[in-house]
Design a protein around this ligand. Structure first.
Ligand SMILES: Nc1ncnc2c1ncn2[C@@H]1O[C@H](COP(=O)(O)O)[C@@H](OP(=O)(O)O)[C@H]1O
Ligand SMILES: [Mg+2]
Length: 352
């Protein structure tokens, strides 16, 4: 299967959703709520989820969707729901053909809430299931940092299509790795990564209309591991900074790691801006969510990388909404992955 249409629709849908998220990003009031797990959610998360699910359901009505958000809090908060509805209505691509391909506009506020709730699939090992994170790195989004709009198609438990919209990364694949947004006007920023299993990975500028032309991306080769650059989470609660430092030391890496929110880390190493991405469990009981990794996994693999958990197991997307069989993530160029994994195992193992 070529997944050409799936990739095209996913990229257009993500691109359209970033028009909405960028609008919220530049506004002071982001309509933030706190979810049951104490993590933040904004009007940008809800609006982007509605727009993307509407596009998927219009094109692939039989497919299931595992989306991070659900609309119950909005049904109890009419004011917030109406704010999101205004945003959703005004987020359209500046290209009629592309808009039509995405199934046209959402028709009512109620249809918007239903679209958000259509992301309630339990996931699993069979059939076609989309994994959607409308704003990954919500904390980064709120801090004015990096974030990503993430969408992947999982078929019978393996990721076939992955798309990452990263509005705050530089367009230029060769730009030095940094999470900073020097120019708040957004000039020269916004990149859309895409990959289909077996067909390679690409990047292109994130635009406002039809998709712009793309180029192939590859991870950098790392002849000497001591020259490698690590990416890690900004949030110390998401990945252990201490373990990361111990692993870097054991590998002989002296360059400071770059801290960046969201799956922009996967995109950055896939295009060779950084080399290694580790996610090192802080809490033993935490189960990683499939929407936090599906798109990044296929993009890195298609750019010449290997992605496993911290024990060397492949990420198992067939177990429902979480990666319950896995602990942590180790993403690296294929040629050095085994070497990095050995050190990860030895450093984490010595703590037990
Ligand atoms: N204790 C924990 N360990 C690992 N990841 C966690 C976590 N608590 C929350 N997360 C996830 O970390 C994601 C952000 O990752 P990163 O640190 O790489 O930016 C969050 O995504 P959202 O921002 O979509 O909620 C959330 O799903
Ligand atoms: Mg996320």
């Amino acid at each position: 299967m070529s997944y050409e249409k799936e990739l095209h629709i996913a990229q257009l849908a993500v691109q359209r959703a970033t028009l909405l998220t960028q609008r919220v990003f530049h506004e002071k009031a982001k309509g933030t709520l706190s979810k049951d797990d104490n993590s933040p959610v904004t009007i940008g998360d809800f609006g982007a989820q509605a727009l993307i699910i509407h596009a998927i359901k219009s094109n692939f009505p039989q497919d299931e969707i595992v989306g991070e958000e659900e609309a119950s809090s909005l049904r109890e908060n009419k004011n917030l729901s109406t704010q999101i509805w205004h945003l959703v209505k005004s987020a359209s691509l500046e290209d009629e053909t592309s808009e039509r391909e995405l199934g046209g506009p959402i028709e009512s506020e109620e249809q918007m809430l239903q679209a958000i709730d259509a992301g309630n699939s339990a996931g699993g090992a069979h059939g076609r299931i989309w994994a959607l994170d409308p704003i990954d790195g919500t904390k980064g989004f709120l801090r004015g940092g990096q974030y990503a709009v993430c969408l992947a198609l999982i078929s019978d438990g393996s990721v076939k299509v992955g798309v990452l919209g990263c509005p705050n990364l530089p367009v230029d694949d060769a730009a030095p790795l940094s999470a900073d947004i020097d120019d708040p006007s957004g000039q020269g920023r916004g990149v859309l990564f895409g990959a289909v299993a077996g067909c390679g990975a690409t990047s292109r500028p994130l635009g406002r209309g039809a998709l712009q032309s793309s180029q192939a991306i590859r991870m950098k080769s790392v002849p000497d591991i001591t020259d490698a650059t690590f990416c890690e989470s900004v949030e110390a609660g998401h990945s252990s900074h201490g373990d990361q430092a111990a692993i870097a030391k054991a590998l002989g890496i002296t360059r400071e790691s770059v801290r960046m929110d969201s799956q922009a880390k996967y995109g950055s190493i896939a295009r060779g801006a950084g080399d290694l991405y580790l996610r090192l469990p802080v809490r033993k009981d935490y189960q990683e969510k499939i929407w936090d990794h599906a798109a990044g996994e296929v993009i890195v693999k298609e750019a010449g990388g290997e992605v496993t958990d911290a024990e060397g197991k492949r990420l198992d997307f067939s177990r429902g909404r979480t990666l319950k069989e896995n602990k942590g993530v180790v993403a690296a160029p294929r040629a050095v992955h085994a070497q990095v994994l050995e050190v990860v195992k030895s450093v984490l193992g010595s703590k037990e």
